[in-house]
Design a protein. Sequence first.
Length: 444
Amino acid sequence: MRIKMRMLCCWVHNFAQIHSQPYHSMLPKLAHHIHFMQGRIESIGPLEAQGSFGCSQRKQITLVDNDGGKLKFNLWGEQVLLANLLSSGSMLAVDRPFIANITDSGIMTSQGVCLEYGSATQLYLVPFVQHEEQVLLASTQIRYQGTRLSCGASQSQGLKVSQVSLPLNSQGSVDFSNYPFRAYVNDLHDKMTGISLYGVVRNIKRETDASETVFSVTIEDLTGAIITKLHFVRYWSLGRLGLGHTIYISGLSCSLNTDKLLELAWFEKDSGTSLVDLSCLPAFLNSSCLHQLSCLSDLSKHNTATNIFNVRLDQIELQHVRSVLCHAPCGRHVNEKSMGIVECCFCHCSSEGELLRSFHLKITLVDESADIFAWCAGQTAAELLQVSPDEFFELPEDEQAMYLYTLQNERFMVAIVNTDQKNRPVLNQNNDPIWEIARAQKCE
């Protein structure tokens, strides 16, 4: 597999526009101002910390300006993986760093302050190898454990080339866990581990013939789709993940299955594994840098992404507000079997003792361009109705209808996904519209 990381001219141009004063003139003002800073990376090494933070994994990057002044830029915890993408001699610009003093950080510096990677920080890098860098990742070329970076010149292309040799795990798979990059489905091949993937859930079902709890999830991105087997320690633990939801999943391994097809595997018990339902993240709605507002008129059945809208509620019909019993771990409704036994329609677990009362809501959303008929369940429905299921269904029917009338024209930010998938009739036992409200937040 070959992955190209091109340094586009606009990147270099933007980097050159970042104005950075000499460090010695900045230091007196660092505690009161946010700065753009740039410098050449002199060294990257482990960091010795003092105080209660000493157990954290850390890396320290020493930046040098044109006058020889130095500043320390520190990475903590999972941030240290970024250090694998940097190299001594490269130019690094730090946009809006967090300024920490030695008391806060537990690190001794001669300047009394250091830079850290904060929630608003962005990094811009011009590698030491100019113009274009090709990173060749081939398991057949890896003959040793450990990581090495070697540089050379390609005679055929006239390009600067660097080759990164990655470690193999005990099963002979190339381990990407310490080299974070965005993989696409068409990047995947046999014997890869520690990879991450963004994509949309196209299909999801439990493997009923497996001895352990295994779910088969089809994930699709712009380049293709692939089946991922999720192996859980006991039972499904990822909440109400649904069709059309956009997810980020890490700690994946790729191999050939018995039919010689590529397949991903994810084990909940392994370190470094995570699965985040991005469509349901509160930050997706309240952070303007993470989304672009859309109009309802722009929605189409071919739209597969999670879209964000500012909408108002149309009149809510009482018949469209239902009370359902749900299985708490997965948020899906349960079916009653013989002798009073109930079974989750999604994970097929017997769910006595794990039941909760929940809303199932169908509602019309309106903005200045159009209106759509959508559905939601669980916490999202409770956010829109601004009441708990127990409180609402204790009211007489006429008071329920009156309460719903008072919600008309309330404004919300909503995340909407398209659940119109091939296997939707199997999962859609409520005859819901194709648009699901994955998350909602009231506009103040």
